[in-house]
Design a protein around this ligand. Structure first.
Ligand SMILES: [Zn+2]
Length: 437
């Protein structure tokens, strides 16, 4: 009954695709499983067809309650070519295949399995365990975790720590197995850049100060520039941990990166490109041009254009104004910048205490592996629970070969997870719940 594998297969078959958001069947199924395991269950939502589950397993009252949070929605598979059907939840070649196997029905199955097993063993955890299962994470979380923290903050009172998904933190550059523990997430800072310039008939060439020349300058600076490097405490600890496990010359280059005033940059020459891009993105605030708008007239030089910029801000005390100042230094004074969206701020990460407990669980289960504190450039529901003062960690315990890039299957075709990895993860959540004090 506590085997997470059939549970994962069943959850994949519910097809909780978002949009439109067909999570209800999955959420209700989990509610029934948790009720059977002795939990108090509540289904809550602003839309009855898209409930959140908050299940509370009573503990011995010797520790504050602990949050486990997960999302039940999955992204669509339209236009993707799958080797095996994405919603059959079949086991083939030792893997559970299907949309959500990694993101994040697999990790949810691990959490549920650990709670069911504790119940069947008659063991009460030190504190209450609150399992929150939400819809809508893949489309903004408004009806999901956003609703829970807005309308029902009392259900999370007294919780100091939470565990959720790892946001796809990636690293495959070490000879050792890396176990990511995400300690902080970056947040969105979306802006619109607008500039005006000389318009006119497109049959003439050579005018100065046209808007297209300004557009070219902007894109050139965004493409070639980088916002300044910032070695936050989380990054420093991460680089230190990685450097200690890396071989030379990579180790030295990673150590060089830790110097906050140093000129050292990410060693693209020594790293797989995905690892280098990851490190580059968590060492600084970032910005990318994603949408370009001009009047659509082929024989007219546009007198105005706008470019939407996807900016991402480091966790900690960084503000939108800090980001704007850095961006201005890179792109110059031309044009206007308008803030479109500011993501929820994540506080600077906490180490020690609960982080050490998670790391100890991994070290005991895999003495050769390396638990690594990581920052993720993506954002998850952790940003919402963090707003309630809960220190959130992203953790998906799995035993995979060194260099495995399981996260590459997130949102992609042929998403799948090794059967043994799901069972290993369920055992680690069980360890964590027993160790939690
Ligand atoms: Zn996810």
């Amino acid at each position: 009954m506590s085997d997470p594998v059939p549970l994962l297969q069943q959850m994949i078959r519910f097809r909780g695709v978002n949009p439109p958001g067909n999570e209800a069947a999955c959420v209700r199924h989990v509610a029934a499983v948790m009720a059977d395991a002795g939990a108090e269950v509540r289904l809550l939502g602003c839309d009855p067809e898209r409930p959140n589950l908050v299940a509370r397993v009573r503990g011995a009252g010797q520790a504050p309650p602990l949050l486990l949070h997960a999302h039940a929605d999955v992204v669509p598979t339209d236009g993707q070519h799958w080797t095996h059907p994405p919603f059959d939840g079949e086991i083939i070649d030792g893997h559970v295949w299907g949309r959500g196997a990694i993101d994040m029905l697999g990790p949810l199955a691990m959490m549920i399995s650990a709670l069911v097993r504790l119940h069947s063993e008659g063991t009460a955890p030190a504190g209450d365990i609150v399992l929150a299962v939400s819809p809508d994470e893949e489309a903004g979380s408004r009806t999901g975790a956003g609703y829970l923290v807005r309308e029902h903050p009392g259900l999370f009172e007294g919780i100091a720590y939470g565990v959720g998904e790892d946001g796809g933190a990636v690293l495959s550059c070490l000879p050792t197995r890396v176990h990511p523990i995400v300690v902080a997430e970056k947040r969105a800072c979306w802006m619109r850049y607008t500039a005006r310039g000389r318009g006119g008939h497109a049959s003439r060439q050579g005018w100065s100060g046209t808007s297209t020349s300004k557009l070219a300058r902007l894109l050139g600076r965004l493409e070639e520039g980088r916002l300044p490097k910032h070695v936050t405490p989380a990054l420093d600890l991460m680089l230190d941990t990685l450097a200690a496990a890396a071989e030379e010359p990579l180790a030295a280059r990673l150590r060089d990166l830790r110097d906050p005033d140093g000129k050292a940059e990410v060693p693209y020459d020594l790293l797989p490109e995905a690892d280098a891009v990851y490190l580059d993105s968590v060492l600084r605030n970032t910005v990318n041009a994603t949408i370009i708008r001009t009047p659509e007239k082929i024989n007219m030089l546009p007198s105005e254009f706008s470019v939407d910029l996807d900016g991402r801000i480091l966790p900690g005390a960084w503000t939108v104004e800090d980001f704007r100042t850095e961006l201005r230094a890179m792109i110059g004074p031309e044009g206007e910048l308008e803030l479109l969206l500011e993501g929820d701020a994540m506080p600077a990460p906490q180490f020690g205490g609960f982080f050490d407990t998670i790391a100890a669980v991994m070290r005991e289960a895999d003495p050769e592996g390396l638990p690594v504190p990581m920052v993720t450039p993506a954002s998850t529901d952790a940003r919402l629970f963090a707003g309630l003062g809960i220190a959130c960690y992203g953790w998906v315990p799995m035993l995979l070969p060194a260099g495995s890039r399981y996260q590459d299957a997130m949102h992609a075709a042929d998403e799948r997870v090794p059967v043994e990895a799901v069972r290993f993860g369920a055992d680690r959540f069980h360890d964590l719940l027993l160790r939690y004090r």
